[in-house]
Write a protein of this length. Structure first.
Length: 155
């Protein structure tokens, strides 16, 4: 049996692979509301600017899409109080197929996520296990604030 740190590492690699193929910019362990009592860390945040017919303009930044990923390997991790911070236009919980089923069966799927992503049988890519399409999810932070928090990790 694979232990929790190994599962987290394998899931993280799959998120990185997805981010590299779908986003222009991304970072891991992005802190928001730094140095406040509301400080939260998101496991992965990706950004893809909106393009007008393939052309990037200044307005493409504010109209871009931020995608947040939180990785949870087991119930202890899920209930730890760390994570489950979803600030993006699109938000995903990434976990194993077995744990996703457990969350669904116990009616514990998070409310602020678009979908639950799980590794395929060969652990080569992520697929959408549960599509939760929540139309009430929207980003409350400005693009400049979110990009600044990503940029802070690339000093």
């Amino acid at each position: 049996m694979i232990d929790r740190p190994d599962i987290t590492e394998k899931l993280s690699k799959l998120v990185e692979k997805r981010l590299n193929s779908q986003n222009s910019y991304w970072a891991s362990e992005v802190n928001f509301d730094k140095n406040t009592e509301n400080e939260r860390r998101v496991d992965f945040v990706g950004f893809k600017p909106y393009s007008f017919n393939g052309v990037l303009e200044t307005t493409c930044v504010e109209l871009g899409t931020f995608t947040c990923y939180e990785i949870k390997s087991c119930m202890g991790d899920f209930k730890s109080g760390h994570g489950l911070s979803f600030y993006g236009d699109e938000n995903y919980l990434v976990t194993t197929q077995e744990f996703a089923d457990e969350l669904r069966n116990k009616m514990m799927l998070p409310k602020r996520v678009n979908a639950i992503l799980c590794p395929d049988k060969g652990w080569s890519k992520l697929y959408m296990k549960f599509d939760l399409r929540n139309p009430e999810i929207h980003r409350s932070r400005s693009a400049s604030e979110m990009l600044w928090d990503i940029a802070q990790l690339h000093k």
